[in-house]
Design a protein around this ligand. Sequence first.
Ligand code: HEC
Ligand code: HEC
Ligand code: HEC
Ligand code: HEC
Length: 481
Amino acid sequence: MGNFSKRSFLLLAFYSLLLIALVACNSSEAKENEPMDTGLDKNEFLNIAFKDQFPLQWESYMENMINQKDVIPKSDPSIEPYLPALWSGYGFAIEYNKTRGHTYALEDQINIRRVTDKTGGSCLTCKSSVVPHLLSDEEFGDGYWAANFNNEILPRITELGAPGVSEELGEWGHISIGCSDCHDPVTMELRVTRPSFTNAMERMGVDLSQSTQNDMRSYVCAQCHVEYYFEPEKNKVTFPWDLGLRVENIYEYKETIAKEQGFDYDWIHQISGTPSLKAQHPEFELSSYGPHATAGVSCSDCHMPYQRVDGKKKISSHRWGSPLETIEESCRTCHGDKTPTQLEDRVKDIQGRHKVALLEAQELNTISHYYVNRMITAGVSEEKIEEAQQHVRKAQWYWDFIAAENSYGFHNPDGSIDAFRISSIESQAAIVMATEELAKLGEDIEELKRQIEVTMQAIYDEEDHFEKHKRAINEWFPAQY
Ligand code: HEC
Ligand code: HEC
Ligand code: HEC
Ligand code: HEC
């Protein structure tokens, strides 16, 4: 009996301790996991509304406004000199600039010359935190996508975001890309707000409710940093991922599924008459088969690294820019065996080789457009012209997909070089075909080459960026569309 009671006492004591430990554990866990309640409206979209509760993230977010005042055209001779010919006949040939940061996205969109009185609402989709609200039934609902940008969307967002509501964020920064795009305003959990992403993932069989926090650290970016097109029926932003995320999968999609829907091309090329495809910023897709994403590294690991601010506190950086400015926090957490200089040199080396291949592919594609132009004016058969145009279209897609991706090859060095190689082969194929057909008609190929050179030089030398596209066509190479 004595023995028993002693044993049961010990057991009881053991279980009590266990229970206390469990309860203690539970309560501390409950505290950590307890959903935050900011007290903000669940549909809040003004960035300024988050300022007081999250001063450290706010301060970091405000750094997006620093040193980013200049708009730099990408057709600058030092960057990609032949863009005005490569996109001839399309808005991008008139104005296309380097990225300037999240807080400027909306201002830059409103001011760019590509927006015309025909531009649809869809164009706002990756630029402003009011988009989810505009998509609600209270506002435009599904009519948002096709609503007129200048006449319907702009007046409405002017009312909703009354300019000047935040002087520190400039003219439109208060409703440019911001907190509510990536965070639930009440709980601050990461969330996806753009239905195009959710729909595309569903079609690929991915259940977003099962995403890990690490997935979400890329998915919040992937709602915008992706390739898309406007599905013809409703002008709805659609991600062409059904056949996979690689450059070749998406080309295949555009040649099959998109065409079945009635989407054949983004524009007809003015020089070669080619029905052409324009790629948008596919950072998520291209990086998905690069060395980092395949090793499970998320966008935020490099672009939103933990930083010590305020002397001691650690926060995620909310300044989105070049990770080369934060190598210590962005890279050396994993690559501690390399010095910052070694890491930077590796990136510059990748980007240097990338640029050589990019310029080569762009130059060849430009030349191929002029060869096809000559096929048309010299009277080569329709059938041969179309065959050559098919090569030119594919070449355009393969370099543009990589060039429109903003990492200059870093996110996926091999995938980029492979795509440039395919692009160059396709352009060459068009040039060879054209040369054969033109020779049959007794055309002077040497003179053609000379005229192409003169024309490309004129584009290069034109100092006014808004005039460059006009130098792409002339008496020798008249517009085909
Ligand atoms: C709501 C859409 C949207 C979301 C979400 C978004 N971006 Fe962006 N991002 C853009 C747009 C649009 C630009 C170009 C802005 C401009 O140039 O005016 C951009 C530009 C950038 C730039 C270039 C900045 C510069 O200074 O040139 C980086 C880097 C970037 N984003 C990273 C990210 C990362 C990382 C994420 C996810 C954590 C993310 N973005 C989420 C739309 C978005
Ligand atoms: C482009 C997406 C994006 C935008 C815009 C954004 N955040 Fe974040 N935020 C993140 C990511 C990613 C994390 C890291 C979350 C994690 O891994 O737990 C984060 C983390 C946070 C955290 C948790 C603490 C920390 O620093 O890690 C707070 C608080 C926060 N953000 C506030 C804000 C506020 C306030 C704004 C607007 C001024 C904002 N965020 C805008 C993506 C974003
Ligand atoms: C392993 C680190 C790493 C990861 C992961 C990563 N990036 Fe990058 N990113 C870079 C580097 C390095 C550059 C090149 C910066 C430069 O040229 O100065 C870059 C460039 C960019 C740029 C252009 C920045 C500018 O200044 O114009 C954007 C936009 C971008 N990344 C978005 C993303 C998105 C979206 C993801 C996830 C799908 C992602 N990145 C994943 C390291 C990374
Ligand atoms: C979360 C961890 C992590 C972060 C952060 C990270 N890397 Fe990496 N990095 C990796 C892994 C894992 C690999 C793949 C190693 C392999 O496959 O052998 C890799 C590979 C590389 C490679 C070789 C790529 C190739 O083509 O073979 C370079 C260069 C590199 N990283 C540079 C960087 C730079 C620069 C940064 C910061 C902008 C960075 N990494 C940030 C984990 C990381």
